[in-house]
Design a protein around this ligand. Sequence first.
Ligand code: 7RM
Length: 654
Amino acid sequence: MNERLVIQPHRHADRTPAIPTFAEYQRLYRLSLDAPDHFWAQRAEQLTWFHRWHTVFDSDYEETDMGWFLGGRLNACYNCVDRHLNQRGDQTAVIWAQDEPGQYQRITYRQLKHHVARVANVLREHGVRKGDRVIVYLPMIPELIYTMLACARIGAVHSVVFGGFSSEAIRDRILDCGARLVVTANEGLRGGRRLPLKEAVDRAVDGLDQVATVLVVRRTDLEPPMRPGRDWWLDEECHKQRSTCSIEWMGAEDPLFILYTSGSTGKPKGVLHTTGGYLVFASYSHQVVFDYRDGDIYFCAADCGWITGHSYIVYGPLANGATTVLFESTPVFPDAGRYWQIVDDLQVNIFYTAPTAIRALVRAGDEYLARSSRESLRTLGTVGEPINPDTWLWYYDKVGRGRCNVVDTWWQTETGGILIAPLPGVTPMKPGSATLPFFGVRPLLVDDDGRELDGPAAGNLCLRHSWPGQARTIHGAHHRFHETYFSRFPGLYFTGDGCRRDEDGYYWITGRVDDVINVAGHRLGTAEIESALVAHEAVTEAAVVGFPHEIKGQGIFAYVILDRHYEATDAHELQGLLKEQVRHVIGPIATPDAILVAPGLPKTRSGKIMRRILRQIAAGEYRDLGDVTTLAEPDVVETLVESHRTLSAAARQD
Ligand code: 7RM
């Protein structure tokens, strides 16, 4: 694959991009770095403020205490809903594409306002007040958006938990953030299958007196057990409420939401975003990076359980008065043509998904494209993991028929919004590269000793100055926030990603350099999976690594050392048990693809596991394992290689 390939941006005949030329991008980029206060104040003026800020940006020297738009007051829900009513009360705000193909439900801005106000009143009636945390465990249904915005309206802090997490994971999050109210659904529907959400919540809150209220959305006709005094049907509660609800005006630095994300150590961290800077950044980046225009139909196929759904299904698009598509199903239900069917049915102009989904569709074959024209499309986006150039080109050539701009957008839960991406119609594209930094963003590469690298180079990706969408802390663990992001390279925010910069200054993200793996665009900590495994009585030690996976980007490979009482157990059965164990503790998304029962792990004499060797073996790269003589037990490596050979041979036969 030719990494020098440059694809010129496409101009769409009837329109000039928001940023009209590449020279203008460069000029504005300079300005955003030289005069960030001036630049961001102008962007913030696009929102509606109850009270203007007195200081655009302030931070202490260490950058672990940053604030944007200090003194300003606003409300995210007001900005996403109420302020549009005069101009676009009858415009569709949300198109819900239901699991069942061809079933759509349109919700106007006025209807959105009424639904959100009712849910907000229900929350208030159940005792939720400004600053309280609310756990949201819902499928991709309109009530998910209503609930997020209802929280924002009354100043409550939502924490959305992805439906692929288990009850234990829900419980951990409830405990960590101190939520007293949970919103869920009787069931979810996805790809024709039912997801027992209420049942999972019941298990999560069992014996937890802290949770006084569970609100249940009716998605199917299932009647789950309802505990009197604790469980309430949301529709019944809403019927009793008025469709107006007063707004809680929030300080710009008041929390908007907490979203849990995996790191290289310990349990997932509750990344906290605040109101003003986040909303300015999400809305402005949504407008510019997707070249969003009034009247566009915008479809982001992510799940609201992830940051992409927060910033680019809900907050960014709605703050911009867009029509945003909420997709309940999967890209392969009923077949691999589902996205394109929706694109044609709804005349989607902007489409945003993850490389793992595109790879699955490449694999399914081009025939699924034939039934749609996709002529309405203008911008195609990707996010979540590195996109290999072949996949990029398929997206560009086949899906976009060579006439759409492809934006490969690099960012993180912690960054709140997109930090590195091309601007459509403006930035020349290189397949596989996220290209150039967004306004106000200063990426830099450093070597392992923290020395900044100039020009073309490869190293650890860091960021120098704060930007408005930056996470402010980890809920209840500010010290951990500092430790995780600001201590490895003092004075810089460390992303955890490796990256290369080419001779044109383009950035090529190479993937995580820490013990975080990216499985089908889902971020998981190897330490989390290891602790789930050792929680099983059969396992005394576990080491988890990622390995290259054709569709998922990375797969999960677990090495386990068994308690001697279990050595006789049937290997196949044991693997099933351990997979179930991980599903139980974390959720289906963390299920290992392969489990290898190991006699020992390659460790240095000081007891440190040589993960590099484990990664190489898991990838089937047995040659060049490097110097293993420093290991405590060098022979272990050969045994592992043999076991891996056997395991792969068996897998090929299956
Ligand atoms: C938005 C999101 C963040 C991690 C990040 C990277 C990887 C995300 C890209 C990417 C290469 C991209 N948030 N990542 N986008 N890698 N190219 N365009 O995904 O917190 O869940 O994950 O995802 O490793 O650090 S996240």
